[in-house]
Design a protein around this ligand. Sequence first.
Ligand code: SF4
Length: 372
Amino acid sequence: MKSLYIHIPFCNRICTYCDFTKVLIKNQPVDDYIEALIKEMKTLEHRDFETIYVGGGTPTALSVKQLEHLLSFISENFTVSGEYTFEANPDEVTTAKLDLLKYYGVNRVSLGVQTFNDDILKVLNRSHDFNDIFRSIDHLEKIGLNNYSMDLMYNLPGETFDDIDTSLKYVEELKPRHISWYSLIIEPHTVFYNEIRKGRMKIDDDNKEAEKYIRVMDGLQNLGYPQYEISNFSVKEYESAHNKTYWHNDNYYGVGAGAHGYINNERYYNVKPVPHYIKAINENDSAVKETLRLSETEMIEEEMFLGLRMTEGVSKERFRMKYGVCLDEYYKEELTSLKEKRWIWDDGLNIALTDSGRMVGNEVFMRFLKSS
Ligand code: SF4
């Protein structure tokens, strides 16, 4: 088994754009949740992983005692041969919490920076400010947890090209090993969605968003961060191994409220919210709400969608080994037409998106749909 994802759905503050499975931590049954999580982890058939990722919500919203309980269980019951990542918010990175992460073998931190502009951080209702970002990175460096990903966003309300340049300037100064830089997506049921619907807020149109994306890609490329996925960049050998499990369409477990996993051609989805999850685990030792067995055609489609997100694209050899068919034959017509449009390139070993293909990614992905 390659990977394990552990979901901590608690946050100290709710961001205005967020549609993840999360809840304000205040008055939540956090201890009961951790016990349920441990119970669910005990049912897993595998113990040895290449990567573990603890995400949320915000895992660093847990108290030191709760963190220790969770981390000690993981270290006593599982092994992780590679990347062990913890998501963190800059204002929650205390010495006591970092000491614990280090002690229990966490070797990578994904830091939710989003932007260096304090006014925009307020609009996003983030719990941290500009100074917290530098303080937390200083802590990480001092403790030796310097393999961190700086997580940023663009296309934010009120954001200018200068804000992107400012973020690039701090990337150059702070030198994170890895950067995730996603465009803001306005999701239903968020504060932002309602504000836009009521005409009280505006974000950039598609053209300006594309210009900003190009600014991000070019800026990071110039700073020595090659792009290895649509929204991810890293210095050599620091690509996220855990996320590559997803993009390679490999197997992983997901535990926690609303978590999902992919095992033996089957995707499963856990119940949410938190009280339903705790109840399900305590009554049945399982919180799986739904399973979806994929047909061979669907597996291949997902292999293409996910693989084409990466700069390296989809390996023809890997495709043949997994599905017993030749990629060139299976998608003969589609590949011919996409090559004519110069949306994909083919070096004989891999096929991948070109720069112009990346700008129309969804249109390219749709071409690989055969099941509908
Ligand atoms: S901290 Fe993260 S998970 Fe929590 S509300 Fe903000 S974006 Fe969502």
